[in-house]
Design a protein around this ligand. Structure first.
Ligand SMILES: Cc1ncc(COP(=O)(O)O)c(C=O)c1O
Length: 408
């Protein structure tokens, strides 16, 4: 799905130049993908969407029928998601939660708190006592568990299994489990354990990590005389920007989780992917403004750049793209055109880091042609430095099936 779908291609070619760049989402394709993911997950696996990947309200709403809830990681996300998909279960994670954020989450009735430190546990307990005195608030300590030395080796972003600011150090895990099981905090209910250790793992590695997380969580809980009802094994299912047609093997993952669950009757697993759910449904579409040689290379400058689509700059990859030829050339002067076979696509920013894709093979790229950058549905616009150089923001288009509204 790197090439734009027909609906996206039509929209990309019909927009006037002045309305580019634009993010164009195929919401119908997102629904189909989410339904397929859901169908691969066995019973007793809950699917939460990590809203940080793409919190556009249309995306959150489209996912709603296929997910069991949403993972939010800040007070801002909390308020935003609660408004976009009212009444859906929320899990509140992330390091450095402030008292105000915790109070807001308690007032909103958040179902699960992923507690990142002993300090946070004490603060949550006190605020829960004040804000929800008649309630028991669901807690999953987030653990930074040791894992086999090479099990996160393939990951693009490891957040655990090594020194990191995320979750509880194994040495502190017992203290926190003790506080949650010895009656110190009756207003908190230990639901289980959370561990998001890495992003960018394939299905086999994900199943192995999940198995290790579950085994260790069960052993930890048993030391405190309880069994975890739930283990959240996080997100991080890989999206390969270098091989965009290869997909995370959800079927193999589901089969592996089913095997794991068979060893743990009564346990519910929760997964909270972000990138692998939404990356494929979004395209950043723009227009080539200029094409020029520089020393032995050729560059095409497009409207927009990494201030709109920061993903290739942060991850250091070339964003997969499709060229959409435009025959019309309305000017009396010669149309700039590439002469070589490889063109580097850059944005309008005054920095050599504003590179969207290097050495793209093209037969002839012309000013006025359009380019659709794929895999732009996750960690794209929302992680970008929008106002650097004060270029206009892109447009947003959410194309849905006829039964659903199409918002330009
Ligand atoms: C706690 C937690 N859960 C889930 C995710 C989602 O990860 P991904 O988008 O790689 O699936 C992240 C990403 O950073 C995270 O920190």
């Amino acid at each position: 799905m790197t090439d734009p779908t027909d609906a996206v291609r039509d929209r990309a070619l019909s927009l006037p130049s002045a309305e580019l760049p634009a993010y164009i989402y195929d919401v119908a394709a997102l629904r189909a993908h989410a339904a397929a993911v859901r169908a691969c997950l066995p019973e007793r696996v809950e699917l939460y969407y990590a809203a940080k990947a793409n919190p556009e309200p249309e995306i959150l709403a489209a996912l709603s029928p296929y997910v069991d809830g949403y993972e939010v990681a800040s007070g801002g996300e909390l308020a935003h998601v609660a408004k976009a998909v009212p009444g859906r279960p929320l899990a509140f994670g992330g390091p450095g939660k402030t008292p105000d954020e915790i109070v807001a989450a308690l007032e909103l009735g958040v179902e699960r708190f992923h507690v990142e430190s002993e300090y946070e546990l004490h603060m949550l307990a006190e605020l829960a006592r004040q804000v929800r005195p008649d309630d028991r608030v669901g807690v999953l300590p987030r653990l930074n568990l040791p894992v086999a030395a090479d099990s996160l080796a393939a990951s693009s972003l490891a957040m655990g299994g090594r020194p990191s600011p995320f979750g509880l150090d194994p040495a502190q895990a017992d203290t926190v489990m003790g506080l949650l099981t010895d009656g110190t905090y009756p207003q908190l209910e230990l639901k289980g354990v959370h561990a998001h250790l890495a992003s960018g793992l394939g299905a086999r590695e994900q199943v192995a990590v999940a198995g290790s997380v579950v085994d260790r969580s069960v052993r930890l809980a048993e030391r405190h005389g309880v069994r975890p009802a739930e283990v959240n094994v996080g997100g991080g299912m890989t999206v390969d920007y270098a091989a965009p047609d290869e997909r995370f093997d959800w079927a193999a993952y589901g089969t592996g989780l089913a095997r794991l669950l068979a060893r743990h009757p009564g346990l519910t697993l929760r997964v909270e992917p972000g990138r692998a759910l939404t990356a494929y449904c979004g395209w950043y579409v723009t227009e080539v403004l200029d094409v020029k040689p520089s020393h032995d290379e050729e560059f095409a400058v497009v409207r927009g750049g990494t201030h709109h689509l920061r993903t290739p700059a942060t991850k250091g990859h070339d964003q997969p793209c499709t060229l959409l030829g435009v025959e019309d050339w309305p000017h009396p002067w010669a149309r700039p055109v590439s002469r070589g076979e490889l063109v580097t696509l850059v944005g309008q920013l005054c920095t050599p880091k504003d590179v969207l894709a290097r050495h793209v093979p093209v037969s002839a790229l012309r000013a006025g042609d359009r380019v659709a950058f794929g895999l732009a549905g996750a960690y794209a616009w929302n992680i970008s430095h929008h106002d650097f150089l004060m270029h206009p923001h892109p447009g947003f288009h959410f194309i849905d099936a006829p039964d659903f509204a199409d918002t330009p």
